[in-house]
Design a protein around this ligand. Structure first.
Ligand SMILES: CC(=O)N[C@H]1[C@@H](OP(=O)(O)OP(=O)(O)OC[C@H]2O[C@@H](n3ccc(=O)[nH]c3=O)[C@H](O)[C@@H]2O)O[C@H](CO)[C@@H](O)[C@@H]1O
Ligand SMILES: C=C(OP(=O)(O)O)C(=O)O
Length: 461
């Protein structure tokens, strides 16, 4: 297992490019199962989740290849398989996105109930309700969803749940309805840019979906979807993560390939906190700070609100910002596993129902911490970058699900961060109780972890 060793305190500076979005790439790759021609997807990030889905799609009869330029080519070569095994599906939430395409095109699907980040209850009742409304016969047995249907038929579907709509649920129903006979309307559809990206991909293949980006979708079913070439929308969560990393270190960072229109709520909140964000060209933003940052209250909401996937990273920023801040998550009200780990670094955070009250500490101190999920990992990295001294962020396999070589991007910006195998001899000396720190160890200008550049570095290459 790998860990990050970070020496905090270096302001990030320089330019990095944002990848295509994980949460758009995964449902789009799954939707390729519903088409009868080849698709070429550009800007698909090289992530563990993407590799897992490639494996699953291969098992489902798809030819999946990344060519030399990085484009992902997908084509169905065998349309008989319809089962997605627990071993693959359990690691990744987005695997549930194969349900709609399989059902629509092959008439049956048998899929393990999905895993994904441990961020609270993640039922799929709305997915199943929507597919049943389209005519599928669905049962759950031994941990698997078993769905069967003849040709699906259009229906009126309401996708509102206790916490708003469902993102992957909207994706599933949209793909299934694109091939159903007749018209489907979806009310309370998710409006996330990743859902719009999937809709655009489907429309390019011949689907007839209107209302994308609004809660009301109209879908006229078609007989067939052909293949197409599609560039994945930039990852707004990766962009927000790097913006917050820049802000927390008092850095000066330029991001390329970022759609500021997908980040309005985050940009407004960061400005309120005192982060300076300037548009410096097409899809380019520059992030700087001047003077003290200010405490602020944040509520994570469905799009266009502040994304729940940025909540943990904002918590790290506010934990270093003097004053009282309150963060509430209205999408996953229990998504606060990072709070206890941030406390190890000196953060003062109290949980109250769906909220966390943060008494900003000014500066955190390095510590050994454990990542519990994808964005919690990102939050701990951010905290480590700003903290005084060394931090060890363990269990970063969560982070690798959703960020492509984050440590390389951060190093490109000057951060002191290394990926090493998590072993007793790689654990930072400064974090061992029996090892007194020297001033030189803490302030060396060319710090590099002694075991870096060995096994783990090669693995991440
Ligand atoms: C692969 C992917 O795109 N993952 C994203 C997707 O997850 P995912 O699609 O799983 O999240 P949902 O939008 O479905 O969940 C939102 C809320 O609805 C509830 N719910 C969901 C489905 C359902 O059938 N019944 C139900 O009650 C959930 O418990 C949660 O409280 O959207 C989340 C919310 O923006 C993000 O955090 C995830 O990064
Ligand atoms: C929660 C997330 O991912 P997933 O839905 O794939 O678990 C995320 O991207 O933050």
């Amino acid at each position: 297992m790998d860990m990050f060793v970070i020496r905090g305190g270096t302001p990030l500076a320089g330019t990095v490019t944002i990848n295509g979005a994980k949460n758009a790439a995964l449902p789009i790759m799954a939707a390729a199962l519903a088409s009868s021609g080849p698709s070429v997807l550009q800007d698909v990030p090289d992530l563990v989740d993407v590799r897992t889905l490639c494996k699953l799609l291969s098992e489902l009869g798809m030819n999946v290849n990344r060519d030399a330029s990085g484009d992902l080519r997908l084509e169905v070569v065998d349309d008989r398989p319809h089962a997605a095994d627990y071993e693959l599906v359990r690691t990744m939430r987005a695997s549930v996105c194969v349900l709609g395409p399989l059902l629509a095109r092959r008439g049956r699907a048998c899929i393990s109930l999905p895993g994904g980040c441990n961020i609270g209850d993640r039922p799929i009742d709305l997915h199943l309700k929507g597919l049943a409304a389209l005519g599928a016969d669905i049962r759950v047995e031994r941990g698997y969803v078993i769905a069967e249907a003849g040709r699906l038929r259009g229906a009126r579907i309401y996708l509102g749940g206790p916490f708003g709509s469902t993102v992957t649920g909207t994706c599933n129903i949209m793909v299934a309805a694109a091939l159903a006979r007749g018209k489907t309307t979806i009310e309370s559809a998710a409006c996330e840019p990743e859902v719009v990206d999937l809709g655009n991909y489907l429309n390019n293949m011949g689907a007839r979906i209107s209302g994308l980006g609004t809660p009301f979708l109209e879908i006229d079913g078609v007989e067939e979807l052909t293949g197409t070439t599609h560039r994945i929308v930039p990852d707004r969560i990766e962009a927000a993560t790097l913006m917050i990393a820049a802000a927390v270190t008092n850095g000066d960072v330029e991001l390329k390939n970022v759609r500021s229109q997908h980040l309005t709520a985050v940009l407004e909140k960061l400005s309120e906190i005192g982060v300076k964000i300037a548009n410096v060209g097409e899809n380019r933003l520059r992030i700087t700070t001047s003077g003290e940052l200010r405490a602020a209250d944040c509520i994570a909401l469905p799009y266009p609100g502040i994304p729940t996937d940025v909540q943990a990273q904002l918590m790290s920023l506010l934990a270093c910002t003097p004053g009282i801040s309150v963060i509430t998550d209205k999408v996953f009200p229990d998504r606060f596993m990072h709070a206890a780990e941030l406390a190890r670094m000196g953060a003062m955070i109290r949980r109250e129902g769906p909220s966390a009250i943060i008494n900003g500490a000014g500066q955190l101190s390095g510590a050994a911490v454990m990542a519990s999920d994808l964005r919690a990992s990102a939050a701990l990295v951010i905290a480590g970058l700003s903290a005084q001294g060394d931090s060890a962020i363990r269990r970063i396999y969560h982070l690798d699900r959703g960020y492509e070589r984050l440590e390389r991007k951060l190093r490109q910006l000057g951060a002191h961060i290394e990926r090493v195998e998590d072993r007793a001899d790689t654990f930072p000396h400064s974090l061992r109780l029996d090892q007194p720190q020297t001033a030189a160890e803490l302030t060396g200008p060319h710090w590099s972890h002694p075991i870096a550049n060995t096994t783990s570095q090669k693995r991440s290459a």
